[in-house]
Design a protein around this ligand. Structure first.
Ligand code: FES
Ligand code: FES
Length: 335
């Protein structure tokens, strides 16, 4: 343990932290600032973005001790005196929030970007938020909200009245999405934010191959690790599901083979997240890689002797199903 002096949203903290502890872990677990979200834990999605000394930082991959003496701004510090920041207000008004999981990181990134780039073009905004992944809203509304915020902040000083405060007819008027104001402030509660006594932590082992047979999974050593409570593989949950009757081809974890890099092959439940992570390192999986189909053209090819991704396909390639002449004509390659 080492001492960490850090100021977060204007409050100074003196903490003792582990050398490997990340900034996101300090914010979420010790300071209970759960507005900073963890999407990928590997620096890819931007959900965990905070400002450290006015620079955006991916807090999930940054050791906290690196920021001794620093000033941190998280989503909880963006709203001032109980009033949404103008950028937050714009995101709410533009309907730029659905699940809201990406929103705190998006707000922090956009805030920093507009502060440093008063007159941004749409292309520059797109570029600025390219490290923040949004899986459900789509980017159009987010980009237009940021653009309008920048425009009003630096050029037209006219202020719009928050939708929630506008009077007049309700029918025919866009209303803000329920919970959007919570989500834009990072105060909406997601499963990962709920703290319960005696909770077990789950971690997943994921395939490193896009297409491979699973020959063996040996988790005997991982099970011996103190604090590990259970380990499961795909064979333990052989239940198939899917959206359409033809495609009841999904399982919670891979069984017998993996169909994409990152597919879950084993799950560990342990007393702490660190123990679960350690256990993952002790699981040995034997794969037999087979041909991967990485592009649409690859997949449309006659797979010949290559193994198809799904056995139930009626065609001699990886076409799942054909539907509609217009679709077939536009696709061109499908006969
Ligand atoms: S959670 Fe940090 S980048 Fe995804
Ligand atoms: S609003 Fe759901 S991921 Fe962006």
């Amino acid at each position: 343990m080492s001492p960490l002096n850090i100021t977060v949203n204007g409050t100074r903290y003196e903490l003792l932290v582990e050398n490997h502890e990340t900034l996101s872990s300090v914010l979420r677990e010790r300071l209970n600032l759960t507005g900073t979200k963890i999407g990928c834990s590997q620096g890819s999605c931007g959900a965990c973005t905070v400002l450290v000394d006015n620079e955006p930082v991916l807090s999930c991959i940054s050791p906290a001790l690196r920021f001794d003496g620093s000033d941190v701004l998280t989503i909880e510090g963006v709203r001032k005196n109980g009033v949404l920041h103008d950028l937050q207000q714009k995101l709410v008004e533009h309907g730029a929030i659905q699940c809201g999981f990406c929103t705190p990181g998006m707000v922090i990134t956009a805030l920093d970007f507009v502060n440093k780039n008063p007159n941004p073009t749409i292309a520059e905004i797109k570029d600025a938020i390219s490290g923040n992944v949004c899986r459900c809203t789509g980017y159009k509304k987010i980009i237009s909200a940021i653009a309008e915020y920048a425009q009003e902040k630096y050029r037209d000083k006219k202020k719009t009245i928050p939708v929630s405060e506008r009077s007049g007819p309700i029918v025919g008027t866009s209303r803000p999405y329920i919970e959007a104001t919570k989500k834009v402030q990072g105060t909406a509660e997601y499963t990962d934010d709920i703290r319960r006594k005696n909770t077990l932590y789950a971690k997943f082992l994921r395939s490193t191959y896009p297409h491979a047979h699973i020959l063996d999974i040996d988790y005997s050593e991982a099970l011996k690790l103190p604090g590990v409570r259970a380990i499961a593989t795909g064979k333990d949950i052989p239940i198939h599901f899917g959206v359409l009757p033809i495609s009841q081809d999904e399982t919670a974890m891979a069984i017998e083979k993996t169909r994409y890099a990152g597919e879950v092959v084993a799950a560990v439940a342990a007393d702490t997240e660190d123990i679960a992570k350690e256990a993952l390192k002790l699981i040995k999986v034997k794969y037999e890689p087979i041909r991967a189909f990485l592009t649409i053209d690859d997949s449309l090819e006659d797979s010949g002797t290559d193994e198809r991704i799904h056995n139930h396909s009626k065609f001699n390639n990886n076409i799942h199903k054909k539907s509609g002449t217009a679709f077939r004509r536009s696709a061109g390659r499908i006969k």
